[in-house]
Design a protein around this ligand. Structure first.
Ligand code: ZN
Length: 155
């Protein structure tokens, strides 16, 4: 695994342990070249999902992108990172088990909302308020870009 800090390929795994109730393996890695430390996660991937947008454009499903939008909705909420990871894994698992490699961008938003609603009401409302615009705009990129961190003065 290439070091994200210096680009060296000579990195070492210092620690591996199960995460998210054994759905993932978390590895702590170390780069002797720059003393950098970073973490990687290994997860089962059942399918290579493709997101279909309303304009017909296709793009590979990006878990990190999904995580960014959910992380913003959950900002400053009392939800542990581990629980968020579990929730995202649950969303991905549902998408993977829908029986088709192609998933509609609207379907992703709907499943995320459903999951957030069970986890944290404030995050759900934040996400849902953007999702409404999303349905009008019908574009996942716009959706994510509208999910800005809330202004602290509004809280
Ligand atoms: Zn390095």
């Amino acid at each position: 695994m290439r070091c994200p800090f210096c680009g060296s390929l000579d990195t070492q795994v210092k620690d591996s342990r199960p995460a998210e109730d054994h759905v993932a393996i978390r590895r702590r890695r170390f780069c002797p070249g720059c003393d950098g430390r970073f973490t990687t996660y290994e997860r089962v991937q059942l399918r290579d999902l493709v997101v279909i947008k309303s304009n017909g454009r296709r793009e590979p499903f990006d878990r990190d992108k999904l995580e960014r939008s959910i992380r913003i909705a959950l900002q400053k909420r009392p939800v542990e990172h581990e629980r968020m990871d579990q929730m995202i894994s649950g969303v991905v698992r549902r998408l993977e088990s829908m029986g088709d490699t192609d998933v509609d961008s609207n379907a992703i938003g709907a499943i995320v909302m459903e999951s957030l609603a069970r986890m944290d009401t404030v995050a759900y409302v934040r996400f849902a308020s953007v999702y409404k615009n999303f349905q009008e705009a019908d574009d996942f990129d716009k959706f994510v870009s509208e999910l800005r961190p809330p202004n602290p003065e509004d809280e």
